[in-house]
Design a protein around this ligand. Structure first.
Ligand code: FE2
Length: 307
């Protein structure tokens, strides 16, 4: 499940790591391969930004060059934006160099700073990072595109601790029926004309109101949301230990993962940088591992009328 990049050049030839990601591995860099903000900037983020939170994260939107989640005077906001913007540029450059084909026309979503201690945050079930889940949707519907996240632990002394219960493929096999998306109630993921018309309408509206895109939807995204909610809402699933694995990410390490296909929960840790990208499904060379393809195959095999 964990693929550690030891520093051997052969592990970094173009697209090698894209293959690991697509197969559901968490690619781990014991030392971040991206130059981090300076010590002074990291101390600023931890001390000044953490105290001025409006939301659970402070997020930088590169497309709009905008910062959200913070209530601060203009000088603090400007320095935060500058730090996140320049780090985000380096992450994008690194990933494009490492996986040029996989990252082609990938859309950068946000660069977030997560300043809160993850353990015992008392969030609602659906918002909690402490419960194992796969990600469903990012900035609205994904239509099957992949959610890639690149994390760096910027806590100087505390590990960030994750738990996984395996890949989407494993979990789908064991839990799809209980979640209402298995062969007993097959879901259609292919889009019909009315699905496409709705999305076209939302995209048109989002030219004037960018936030409109969050109301976009698709059959695929609704199925993924159902699975996500099942994982977070079901006590028997929380107690299940099959395939459960704990991972510790030390200070200043980085890791990346397709979070739509690898279940995860953050059990503890404070201060992380997280970059999110939407990678076109068409860029995947191992599409059989993608949640879209797994759902499509299963509904096509079981209920041709649902196509
Ligand atoms: Fe998540």
């Amino acid at each position: 499940m964990l693929f550690t990049v030891s520093g051997d050049e052969s592990e970094l030839f173009p697209e090698r790591l894209a293959g690991e990601l697509e197969q559901g591995r968490i690619v781990f860099f014991p030392q971040s391969p991206v130059r981090l903000p300076s010590d002074a900037d990291l101390a600023f983020l931890r001390e000044k930004v953490g105290a001025r939170l409006l939301a659970k994260n402070v997020s930088y939107y590169p497309a709009a060059r905008r910062l959200t989640g913070i209530k601060a005077d203009p000088a603090v906001a400007a320095r935060t934006l500058e730090i996140l913007e320049s780090y985000s540029t380096r992450v994008v450059a690194f990933l494009r160099r490492l996986m040029p084909r996989f990252m082609a026309s990938a859309r950068p979503g946000t660069t977030s700073f997560r300043p809160m201690q993850e353990q015992g945050r008392n969030l609602s079930l659906h918002a909690s990072n402490e419960l194992v889940h796969v990600d469903a949707g990012a900035y609205g519907a994904t239509h099957g595109d992949r959610i890639l996240r690149f994390f760096t632990n910027v806590n100087p002394s505390e590990d960030r601790v994750w738990v996984t219960k395996g890949t989407f493929a494993d979990l789908y096999q064991r839990h799809a029926n209980a979640a209402g998306i298995g062969d007993k109630s097959p879901v259609r993921v292919q889009e019909k004309w009315m699905d496409r018309a709705y999305t076209a309408l939302v995209r048109a509206a989002s030219r004037w109101i960018p936030l409109a895109r969050v109301i976009d939807s698709s059959p695929y995204d609704r199925a993924m949301r159902k699975f996500h909610n099942y994982m977070k809402d079901t006590p028997t699933f929380h107690r299940e230990s099959a395939g459960q694995l704990e991972m510790r990410f030390p200070p200043f390490s980085s890791w990346m993962v397709l979070t739509d296909a690898v279940s995860h929960a953050c059990r503890s840790g404070q201060y992380a940088l997280v970059d999110t990208f939407l990678v076109p499904l068409a860029n995947c060379q191992l599409r059989q591992y993608s949640p879209y393809e797994i759902l499509r195959r299963s509904s096509a095999a079981i209920a041709p009328s649902h196509r």
